[in-house]
Design a protein around this ligand. Structure first.
Ligand code: ATP
Ligand code: MG
Length: 440
């Protein structure tokens, strides 16, 4: 992508409305634009990052055996009347009427709809386990939308729903998502800690929130420090192994971690002063086993091996991609801007032409640009007439992992400079060597 032809509306000044660093940087880099309160457009740079986050979420959901579909954003109120949640949901639900005066709503979540899909076609335990997910916009009329896309009214959610014959099988399905979440957040460059969460009226201890520690987080959290060293399950984890997944779950829930709602002061105090952490955190995911809460009122049953009808046991599993993007920035930035983990960076590298119009610089940059693109890299080529200082500041601000700097003196000697955004380390290489290194 040539910067001169791209759409990346950088702001020079810090936007006043932004209270936290991620919101400030997302506005300054032109990643998002607010359209009305808590409702955002994702501009091209932001869209690139969001797509990469979604791709990782998708890969890990698929690896764990979940199957993607797509459900609509608008739902009929009827389904929600069946489950009894239409009245309960309150003002967070955006209620709409169509031209026939039928009550509709903009979905805040999809348990009812997926249960309806399930009951319409699954009749036998032989079709289980089943886990269906989508990545779709949700709307919740939050009382206090704030911090940009961290807490917005319209937001993206990956929501998965599992169906099993009984509780034991449902726990295995839960553990699959637990492991998938550990892998997903790790690949996004984050250390997320699973914390026991409130299960509300359903009871049991099977709900976990995945929390990233950050000073600007809205949740108050308490945990043991040892989480920092826990191993992330490998890519070749056997998701069919009941005991294998249970042991990962047991390990990751073996030490204290809870949000304020579930906090047990005595248990926390029992941890040595040096090993405990009370901090603020951002909820990036939430998984839930809720048994027959929806299958019962909505009549979602399958025939079991005993020939009898059984209500299916369900769970739901959410991740917020549009919250994850700012969460990643909260975790990874410095005074000059964003520092993207390579896995979600909008571009793999930025080629900076220090003197457009200079034949040597132009030829060298063109060569680098083409070579990197041909190797399948996402490259931004700063071919604008901006001053060098502005180009460096922009490159630092947007946080692309590697900067390739081509100036007249260097290219005359057949050399370019590589700068690592994260460490600031610079090295001078021949053009050839630079291409080899960046395409390795
Ligand atoms: P919160 O406690 O932050 O309001 P929640 O518990 O209501 O969130 P869930 O129903 O558990 O949210 O939704 C699953 C995931 O969707 C959350 O873990 C979060 O990542 C994301 N999410 C929820 N609400 C929002 C929002 N208003 N803006 C952006 N992402 C959201
Ligand atoms: Mg939640």
């Amino acid at each position: 992508m040539r910067l001169s032809r791209y759409f990346m509306p950088i702001l020079k000044e810090n936007p006043k409305e932004a209270e936290i660093v991620s919101h400030r940087l997302m506005l300054r880099t032109g990643m998002i634009r607010q359209q009305s309160q808590g409702i955002y457009s994702w501009l091209p740079l932001g869209k690139r990052v969001l797509d990469k986050v979604n791709a990782i979420i998708r890969e890990e959901q698929n690896r764990a055996g979940a199957i993607e579909l797509s459900m609509p954003t608008l739902q009929s109120a009827e389904l929600w009347q069946e489950s009894g949640r239409y009245e309960d949901y309150g003002k967070e639900m955006l209620r709409i009427r169509d031209r026939q005066d039928r009550p509709m709503l903009y979905g805040p979540t999809n348990e009812e709809m997926i249960t309806d899909i399930f009951r319409s076609s699954v009749k036998s335990y032989k079709s289980l386990p089943l886990n269906l997910y989508h990545i779709q916009l949700k709307f919740r009329d939050e009382i206090r939308p704030r911090f940009g896309t961290m807490r917005s009214r319209e937001f993206l959610m990956k929501d998965a729903y599992s169906f099993d014959l009984n509780q034991a099988d449902a726990i295995h399905s839960y553990n699959k998502m637990f492991v998938a979440y550990l892998r997903t957040f790790d690949r996004l460059g984050l250390r997320a800690i699973p914390m026991r969460a409130d299960t509300g009226p359903i009871g049991g201890n099977h709900s976990h929130e995945f929390i990233i520690l950050a000073d600007t987080g809205e949740s108050e959290v308490y945990c043991h420090k040892s989480f920092v060293d826990f191993d992330i399950p490998a890519a070749d984890t056997d998701f069919d192994s009941v005991d294998g997944l249970q042991s990962v779950f047991d390990k990751w829930t073996s030490v204290y971690a809870a949000t304020s709602e579930m906090h047990d002061e005595a248990a926390f105090d029992a941890i040595g002063e040096n090993d405990r952490l009370s901090a603020r955190g951002i909820e990036v995911g939430h998984i839930f086993y809720f048994g027959t809460k929806y299958s019962e009122p909505m009549g979602a049953k399958v025939q079991g091996p005993d020939g009898k009808e059984h209500l299916v046991h369900m769970g739901s599993y959410g991740i917020g991609p549009t919250r994850l993007v700012p969460a990643i920035i909260e975790a990874s930035h410095d005074e000059n801007g964003i520092i993207w983990p390579a896995s979600v960076a909008p571009f793999d590298a930025v080629v900076i032409n220090m003197k457009p119009g200079d034949e040597g610089c132009d030829t060298t940059c063109d060569r680098l640009y083409v070579a990197l693109q041909n190797a399948g890299k996402d490259v931004l080529y700063d071919d604008t007439d901006d001053r060098a200082g502005t180009k460096f500041a922009t490159a630092d601000l947007i946080g692309v992992p590697v900067q390739v700097i081509a100036g007249p003196r260097g290219v005359a000697a057949g050399e370019v400079e590589l700068k690592d955004r994260k460490t600031g380390a610079r090295e001078t290489l021949t053009i050839e060597a630079a291409i080899n290194k960046l395409t390795a």
